[in-house]
Design a protein around this ligand. Structure first.
Ligand code: NAP
Length: 282
């Protein structure tokens, strides 16, 4: 039987640690503020934004909401970001993605002050991660490192396969595993003999966005499997990229969906918000 890695429990530990740090900062007169921008009324984005704001409330940081119409021009959005960049009392800026098609996401991400980019998407922060300098790290992969470490899973020297090479999950994930001294392979839709590649993994991180794609044929016995996917199954229930019931008996540890990686993303966003205090005074 595999260990089921409990992301809810670990994320709560992290949030409680952050709550204490925030208390300490408040005693020194430092109040952290996160500006959350949502464009349009996509229901999934609405849920994510609400959960992020709830997280802020839980650890005691202030969140400012900017709910903008889906018809807003790119320039208007860039103007708002500039205003928030210039506001000293705003520590972090989060723009909920995806944005409507008429807005260039890259231009928006680049317009955020890197010192306030709590999502860790700005090219300067991505570059800093690449060369091992201080900066904000994308929340989902940072959360996975915490899940592994806090579950007592050794990363150093392990064969890690990251399935997926997106800018927000796969690529930063592979850099973080490398930083932890793993041997890292990145696989994607053009990878040949995928099952052979994933079967090499002591630790397999799956971020493909294809429901239940990963079955036991992709897994080495005793592997640790981390499922990043958030999909809906045939009964409209949440499920991952991994066929949990099929794969679990073969693993030494596995994350469920929901309750695995998902809660860690918000915990690490809150971690980054608290980190702004140190980074902004560098
Ligand atoms: P993405 O941008 O769509 O990237 C998917 C990656 O998977 C791409 O690199 C793609 O390869 C690869 N891929 C797709 N089909 C494949 C196949 N059949 N075989 C091998 N590789 C394949 O997705 P993402 O943003 O990284 O997200 C991945 C999943 O994680 C989604 O379900 C998303 O909802 C979820 N997610 C969850 C969280 C969380 O907090 N839990 C956060 C972010 C994302 P190519 O590059 O060759 O196209």
């Amino acid at each position: 039987m595999a260990v089921i890695i409990d992301g809810k429990k670990i994320s709560l530990q992290i949030k409680d640690e952050l709550k204490e740090k925030v208390e300490e900062l408040k005693k020194k007169g430092i109040m952290i503020t996160l500006a959350v921008i949502q464009v349009g009324d996509d229901p999934a984005s609405g849920v994510y934004v609400r959960n992020k704001k709830k997280g802020c409330e839980y650890i005691g940081i202030r969140s400012l909401s900017y709910e903008l119409s889906g018809g807003i021009s790119q320039q208007e959005l860039l103007d708002l970001i500039k205003e928030l960049n210039d506001k000293k009392e705003v520590n972090g800026i989060l723009v909920q993605l995806p944005l409507p098609a008429h807005i260039d996401e890259d231009a928006v991400i680049k317009s955020i002050d890197p010192a306030k980019d709590v999502d860790g998407f700005h090219p300067q922060n991505v570059g800093a991660l690449c060369i091992g300098q201080p900066g904000f790290v994308s929340c989902t992969p940072a959360g996975i490192i915490q899940l592994l470490k806090r579950s007592g899973i050794q990363i150093e020297g392990k064969e890690c396969v990251v399935l997926g090479r997106s800018n927000i999950v796969g690529k930063p994930m592979s850099l973080l595993l490398l930083k932890e001294n793993a041997t890292v392979t990145i696989a994607h839709s053009r990878t040949k003999n995928l099952k052979e590649v994933t079967r090499r993994a002591d630790i397999l991180i799956v971020a493909v966005g294809k429901r239940k794609m990963i079955t036991k044929e992709y897994i080495k016995e005793g592997a640790v499997v981390i499922d990043v996917g958030i999909n809906r199954d045939e009964n409209n229930k949440l499920c991952g990229d991994v066929d949990f019931g099929n794969v679990e008996p073969l693993c030494s540890a596995i994350t469920p969906v929901p309750g695995g990686v998902g809660p860690m993303t918000i915990a690490m966003l809150l971690h980054n918000c608290v980190e702004t205090v140190g980074l902004q005074s560098l």
